[in-house]
Every structure is written in C-alpha cells, then in structure tokens.
Ligand binder design. Structure first.
Ligand code: FAD
Length: 354
C-alpha cells in the first residue's frame, strides 16, 4: 500500500468537466488530485468521439473532442494538478475521528487519499470494455486475450486474431499489419458482418491489405476457444453459413467498444435518482456535505447533459468547496481579466493599459 496522500480536493473523473473543475479550483488556490479509470484524460470526448466536431462550446465555433481535451489540459496546466490515471476510485468514506472530518478515498491500485473535499465528475461512470463471453476465455485475459493495447511491442511478431468492426479494431489491425517494429506475424480480423462502424478510409486500407495477401478477414461470430497445454491455441468462429472455423492464434484482441457503468459511485452513500447523484443548484453539492457532483453524473430539475452545463456547475462547486478548504477566508468573485491575484495564480503578466 502506498503512503496516504493528504489533499484539499480530489476530482473523480478526468472528462471535460473534471478537467474544468481543476481550473475553477485553481482560481481559488485549491490544488486538486484527479483520478480516472482510463489511462488518459478526456472522458467521453476522447473515448467516444475524439475526431467528431463539437459546435456548442461558447466562443469556440467548432472543435473536436480531442482538441477540446488538449485545450482544457493547456488551460489547467498552471495549476499543477496531480493525475492518477488508469485507476478506478473504489472507496469513498467519511473519516469521523482523528482525520478532522475529512474523506478517505482509495483506488483499485491502492492509492489512498485523505481529502477535505471531493468532486465527482464521473460522467456515466467508469468505462469498461464490453466483454466477449466464451467458456474458458477469462482464464487467458491479460496473458493471451486482451481488451486494450497497453504495450504494442508485446504483440510484435505474434499470430493475432482481432475481433471487432469499430475504429479501435481497425486502427490496431492497420497498426500491426504495417511494416515497422510492431508488425505482427499474422493477422486475422473477425467481424460479424461486412459493414463496419470504423472510418471508411481505415476499412478501405484493411481491404487493400487483404487483397495484397498481408492479412485475412473473416465474417462470423466467435463461438468458442481451443486450448493446448493450458494455453489459448485457437478461436472458433461460426460463419453466417453455419460453418465453424478454427483460427490458430498466439494473441487475441477483442474490441467491442466500452460501456459506462456507474460502478462504485453507487456505493458511497450519496443520494441517487435514476443512477445519477442528486445535487442542489447553488453549489452542486450531493447529500453529503463536502462531496460535490458535476457534469453528466448529477441530476437536478432542468438538468441538461451538456459540456457547458458541467462547466457552470464546476464554477459554483469550487466556490462551495472553498468554505471547507478555507473556513476562515471570505471568498470574493474576481475577474481573470483584471485581478492581479488571479494573474499570479495563472502565471501570467498583468497587462498595463494606457
Ligand atoms: P465524462 O466525459 O463521461 O467523463 C467521466 C470520466 O469519469 C470518465 O473518463 C470515467 O472513466 C471517469 N470515472 C467514472 N467513474 C470513475 C471512478 N469510480 N473512478 C475513476 N474514474 C471514474 N456534449 C456537448 O455539450 N456538445 C456536444 O456536441 C456533444 N456531443 C456528444 C457526442 C457524443 C457521441 C456523445 C456520446 C456525447 C456528446 N456530448 C456532447 C455529451 C458530452 O460528451 C458529455 O456531456 C460530457 O462528456 C460530460 O463530461 P463529464 O466530464 O461529466 O463526464
């Protein structure tokens, strides 16, 4: 177990709203620790639509999910938040004695915090890969069967079977099929039909590679596995004609997309209405004082699940939290345009006007 981290604020979720929460806390001189299950920031914007254009961010006529995330990361850089990525927050509880009424937070990787305030920006919950359910497959997960590529080099030179028809399946297929250090020994892509949800350009490239004999493509449903000496040896695929084909492999990659699950957030004793956390609209505080909920994870009368709503909520939640972090201090609203104090925390020069 790691040493316990003492914090003023812990933000659960590094989606756009969690990131902007860091900014609003930073303006009030509250430093944040940010935790996300995903190994990178951006939440839905990166996981579900990195290259799609967003048109309703105020004063940004158009930007993609990735551009929004990159810009938010730039915007919050002055505040030096500490990121703890690739780990789900599993435990949140109030410490009654000896810890000054703070909250204990723990992640699945064993990182532990004692914090004065918590901001749950968990969106629709943790993204978990949709699973391929075949008898016996679970025993091979993370040794020969994978739902994510963390280290591409581990697949170099191997006989791969890749299952799926979306962008991840096609992107990794092309990545491992092209010449370079990570080129696979052989690749067979399996998809249940000849239509793909991936970018058409990727599908065209894949078909060119098949035509050039550089990889195989099979239409069918995975229906079983074959083992040899305790190792995964082949994937059985049933074709639309009902024929069962056996595809020998060293590694299996499954990309069925990610589905969000509210998960542990539901167990933290907070008021919940239809899988969302109930909050007030003054501070976006949950039913537990000191724990705030912002963005898609919360609900209140009139709630709209939009990024701009989450940004507004983050601003008011930060002011709400300041009362816990600095109980002695009166907090005044200041403008980033004119406040010398805010220029200092942002690390920018105060402009001089004639
Ligand atoms: P999310 O983006 O969902 O991020 C939540 C993060 O919390 C995730 O990264 C998750 O892994 C993490 N998390 C959850 N539980 C835990 C836990 N226990 N421990 C650690 N981490 C956890 N909105 C607009 O305003 N304009 C648009 O044009 C627009 N287009 C969209 C297009 C699509 C296809 C989709 C799916 C959504 C779109 N949205 C749009 C909605 C917008 O993406 C969401 O409102 C926004 O992402 C919510 O941000 P968030 O930070 O609250 O949550």
């Amino acid at each position: 177990m790691s040493d316990i981290v003492e914090a003023d604020a812990v933000v659960v979720g590094a989606g756009p709203v969690g990131l902007f929460q860091v900014f609003e806390l930073g303006l009030l001189e509250i430093k944040a620790h940010v935790i996300d299950t995903l190994p990178y920031p951006g939440g839905q914007c990166i996981e579900l639509y990195p290259d799609k254009p967003i048109y309703d961010i105020p004063a940004v006529p158009v930007c993609t999910g990735r551009e929004l995330t990159d810009n938010l990361m730039k915007q919050i850089a002055p505040f030096g938040a500490t990121f703890h990525l690739g780990q789900e927050v599993t435990v949140v509880r109030k410490e009654e004695s000896g810890a000054g009424g703070r909250f204990y937070v723990e992640t699945a990787k064993g990182t532990r915090f004692l914090t004065k305030t918590i901001f749950i920006a968990g969106g629709m919950g943790s993204f978990q890969p949709r699973l391929l359910r075949l008898d016996g497959l679970d025993a091979h997960i993370d040794s020969q069967a994978f739902y994510r590529v963390r280290n591409p080099a581990q697949f170099a030179g191997r006989d791969l079977v890749i299952v799926g028809g979306g962008d991840s399946a096609l992107d990794w297929t092309l990545n491992f099929a092209q010449d370079g250090p990570n080129r696979a020994g052989s690749i067979t892509l399996v998809h249940r039909r000849d239509g793909f949800s991936a970018a058409p350009a990727s599908v065209a490239k894949m078909k060119d590679l098949v035509a050039a004999g550089r990889m195989n493509f099979l239409i069918g449903q995975p229906t079983g596995i074959e083992e040899a000496d305790g190792r995964l040896a082949a994937l059985q695929v049933t074709t639309p004609e009902g024929e069962v084909r056996s595809l020998p492999l060293e590694m299996l990659l499954v990309f069925f997309g990610l589905s969000p699950k509210l998960g542990p957030i539901a167990d933290w004793g907070l008021g919940i209405d239809r899988k969302q956390l109930t909050v007030d609209t003054e501070k976006f505080e949950t039913t537990v004082p000191g724990i705030f909920a912002v963005g898609d994870v919360n609900t209140y009368p009139g709630k709209k699940k939009l990024i701009l709503s989450g940004f507004h909520e983050a601003a008011l939640a930060a002011f709400g939290a300041a009362a816990y972090v600095f109980p002695e201090k009166r907090i005044h609203l200041q403008y980033t345009t004119t406040s010398v104090k805010l220029h200092k925390v942002l690390g920018v020069e105060t402009p001089t006007f004639d």
